[in-house]
Design a protein around this ligand. Structure first.
Ligand code: PDD
Length: 276
């Protein structure tokens, strides 16, 4: 496990963030989270596209070129010797005395590479419990911003009730999970929230939609109500860290345990991450 900051690779526990780092003081930055499978950073182009989009949306100029960033990622993989890993990349507006106005300083890149966080096999077999909660976030959730306080509060509230994920509801419709996207299957049609500014357009979401297309599964990117979700044949969440994870319970409502479409899509997705 290894870190990178201010142009150098470092011990992951080294204290390197200056007190006036704007990521530290304001959460003034954006991030990406990439999974490495068997030495290959999965969907790296899509992740870097999204990082560039997020940075641009908050007027941060990336401190390195796309190729330089790829080189740093590959050096991190080599130095860590990890074949399967989680890579966290963060870009902040830099280091300057605390002031809300943008400083005229270069952006700062931070990166860590770690052993992948594993989800217990039991969760994939049994599915997870989820809790519906009001989506209290801002209007630009398509930006992968460092400001995750509402997400943390929602995840923690869910955890305190024995649930693995909070599913967020805004204006009467499901947006997404606190750190995942949400899919439902009803009468063999795959539903997911449209990728507007109200949700993060997940890379796993995009890959799963492509898997569904390849299998000629009908797709509807359409807003879903809580009652639609609770009445669905199958529900699953997606994210880089968990891939596809079935939902077995929403609030007090138990979902069917027969999940043929989820199983087929999970299989297709695992072939993709394996590079086949
Ligand atoms: N979270 N929605 C939100 C709010 C997220 O935080 C994430 C991912 C997703 C799924 O996106 P993707 O499929 O690109 O990982 C959706 C990452 C894993 C995180 O916060 O670490």
């Amino acid at each position: 496990e290894l870190a990178y900051y201010a142009g150098e690779f470092r011990d992951i526990n080294e204290a390197v963030i200056p007190i006036d780092e704007r990521g530290h003081q304001f959460g003034d930055g954006v991030y990406e989270f990439i999974r490495v499978y068997k030495g290959v950073p999965f969907s790296i182009e899509r992740h870097l596209d999204r990082l560039e989009r997020s940075a641009k949306a908050i007027f941060i100029e990336l401190p390195v070129s796309r190729q330089e960033l790829k080189d740093i990622i590959h050096q991190a993989m080599e130095k860590s010797t990890l074949k399967d890993a989680d890579i966290y990349i963060q870009v902040t507006r830099g280091i300057a005395p605390r002031n809300h106005l943008f400083p005229d300083v270069p952006a700062q890149l931070a990166l860590t590479i770690r052993h992948p966080r594993q989800t217990p096999e039991e969760a994939y077999e049994k599915g997870i419990f989820t809790l519906l909660l009001e989506d209290e976030r801002w209007a630009n959730c398509y930006i992968k911003s460092l400001n995750l306080l509402p997400n943390l509060l929602a995840k923690q509230a869910a955890a305190s009730k024995g649930c693995k994920e909070a599913i967020l509801v805004k204006d009467g419709y499901i947006t997404e999970g606190s750190s995942s996207n949400v899919f439902a299957i009803k009468d063999n049609v795959l539903f997911t929230t449209p990728a507007t500014r109200k949700i993060l357009s997940g890379i796993t979401r995009a890959n799963v939609l492509e898997c569904a297309q390849e299998q000629a599964i009908q797709i509807r990117e359409q807003n879903m109500t809580p009652s639609f979700l609770k009445d669905a044949d199958e529900v699953f969440i997606t994210s880089t860290s968990v891939g596809l994870l079935p939902v077995s319970k929403i609030d007090e409502v138990e979902l069917p345990t027969f999940r043929p479409v989820t199983v087929a899509l999970k299989h297709a997705y695992s072939l993709r991450t394996a590079g086949t």
